[in-house]
Structure formats: C-alpha cells, structure tokens
Design a protein around this ligand. Structure first.
Ligand code: AMP
Length: 142
C-alpha cells in the first residue's frame, strides 16, 4: 500500500538537501546525503537521506532501493569504523504512529557498544562541538 499523504517539500531534510539549512555532513553524492542527527541516541548517530523525494519507505520508488541501500551500507561502514563501535542498529520509522517525525525517507545508523543503552529518540540536542568532532571522525573513515 502506498503512502496516502503527499510529500511536503518544506520538511527539514528537504531544506538540508537544498542547502537551505546547515548540517554536519559526512557523505554526499548524487544518490544520498548523510549527516549527524542533532539529537543523537548514541554518539555518532547518523542519518542517511536519499535525494529522491518520498515521505517514507512505502512511497519510495522501487528502482531507487538498490542505489540508496548501497549508500546506507557505505555510510554504516564508515560510522562503525570512525566511531570505533562494536555494532550498529539501523532503523527507519514509518508514519507518525511508527515514530517518524520528519517526512522525507531516512535511515538511522546508530553506533552500539555492548551493554550501553540508547538514549530516547529525538530527545535532547547535542552540543555543536561534539557533533563536529564526531562528523570529522566519520568522514575520515570513508
Ligand atoms: P524520525 O523520527 O525517524 O523522522 O527521525 C527524525 C530525526 O531527525 C530525529 O532523530 C531528530 O533528532 C533528527 N533531526 C531533527 N531535526 C534535525 C536537523 N535539523 N538536523 C539533523 N537531525 C535532525
């Protein structure tokens, strides 16, 4: 079933993609942009956002998945290496009831360490200096 709501081009991630809002970018090519989540659930929490516009998973074009998931994998590898993480959680929230708050498709890449719990989703804003330092580590890991 396709997503019934129309895509809104004034969402925060569309503005970041157009360069109208700043972001701590770690990766960008013709398919996707990746940048740090400003309210990280773990240090180095990164969002991978396709340049193709869709609200979520259900309305994303079928032939876009191969290129986009390739970028999710590439970014995930750099996040794990750059943050020296033991593992990763990769998440996607679909619709408000599913926990989605920004309605442009994105995957969360969360560095994980054994026994360390995640912070709550979209809870508190991280200091810009911390985000800057984590972005530099991840960028250096590609
Ligand atoms: P979701 O709830 O899956 O739609 O995730 C949206 C994510 O975007 C949340 O984890 C927020 O912390 C994050 N977020 C919101 N505004 C920004 C922003 N300007 N830059 C980076 N991340 C953001």
């Amino acid at each position: 079933m396709l997503n019934s709501e129309p895509y809104q081009p004034d969402n925060i991630f569309a503005k970041i993609l157009r360069g109208e809002l700043p972001a701590h970018k770690v990766f960008e090519d013709d398919v996707a942009v990746a940048f740090l989540d400003i309210m990280p659930q773990s240090p180095g929490h990164t969002l991978v956002v396709p340049k193709l516009a869709s609200r979520g998973l259900l309305d994303f074009p079928a032939d876009g998945w191969g290129p986009f998931m390739g970028r999710v994998q590439l970014v995930a590898a750099a996040v794990k290496k750059g943050m020296d993480a033991e593992g990763l959680s990769v998440r996607q929230f679909e619709g408000a009831a599913g926990g989605q708050t920004v309605f442009h498709l994105h995957f969360h890449v969360l560095p994980r360490w054994e026994g360390v719990a995640l912070r709550r989703h979209a809870d508190s804003v991280e200091k810009p200096d911390v985000l800057k330092a984590h972005a530099a580590k991840i960028r250096a890991a590609f």
